[in-house]
Design a protein around this ligand. Structure first.
Ligand SMILES: Nc1ncnc2c1ncn2[C@@H]1O[C@H](COP(=O)(O)OP(=O)(O)O)[C@@H](O)[C@H]1O
Ligand SMILES: [Mg+2]
Length: 155
């Protein structure tokens, strides 16, 4: 587990950009935290860091999924907040997304059984108007990637 204290939105953007640089096809990044914590903000910064032309990333709260083509891979941005049962996941093709691209999943709890590898779970806690406490919970593959990489240096 790695804990990072974020002071403002710029630092959040830097963290998302650093993580995006390490990401590759087949990765799953879980985004946990209360409403307004910054899960969609993180996803937007992550996606935009991989695009030449900046875009506005809409939260997939109602559509469950939006897809973006980037130079690194297809990005599948999920928000599972409205899902009630694990079975509902099969209708949205989440297993194929996990194989074919990089999946950013807000409220990933229901999908945990389907996520077997290349998983970086992230928790965002509100600690002030712009302050956030980020906890990175990497699996073994992400742990190796984060090792020797100064992830918490956001200067
Ligand atoms: N350090 C920060 N990181 C991310 N968002 C922040 C930060 N400080 C303030 N915010 C604001 O908090 C809100 C987060 O909203 P959003 O990303 O939609 O949350 P969530 O997807 O977790 O519900 C945005 O209005 C954003 O501008
Ligand atoms: Mg959101």
């Amino acid at each position: 587990m790695i804990e990072i204290k974020i002071k403002n939105k710029l630092e959040m953007t830097k963290l998302a950009t650093k993580i995006a640089l390490l990401a590759k096809k087949g990765d799953v990044i879980g985004l946990n935290g209360t409403l307004g914590a910054g899960k969609s903000f993180f996803a937007s910064a992550f996606i935009n860091s991989l695009l030449d032309q900046k875009i506005s990333v809409t939260s997939p709260t109602f559509n469950l999924l939006y897809t973006y083509s980037t130079k690194t891979a297809e990005i599948y941005h999920f928000d599972l907040y409205r899902l009630k049962k694990e079975e509902e996941l099969y209708n949205i093709g989440i297993e194929d997304s996990i194989i074919n691209g990089i999946s950013l999943i807000e409220w990933p709890h229901l999908a945990k059984n389907l996520i077997t590898k290349n998983f970086l779970d992230i928790e965002i806690k509100i600690d002030g108007e712009q302050e956030r406490i980020i906890t990175l919970k990497p699996d073994i593959t992400w742990n190796n990637r984060l090792l020797n990489y100064e992830i918490s240096n956001l200067a």
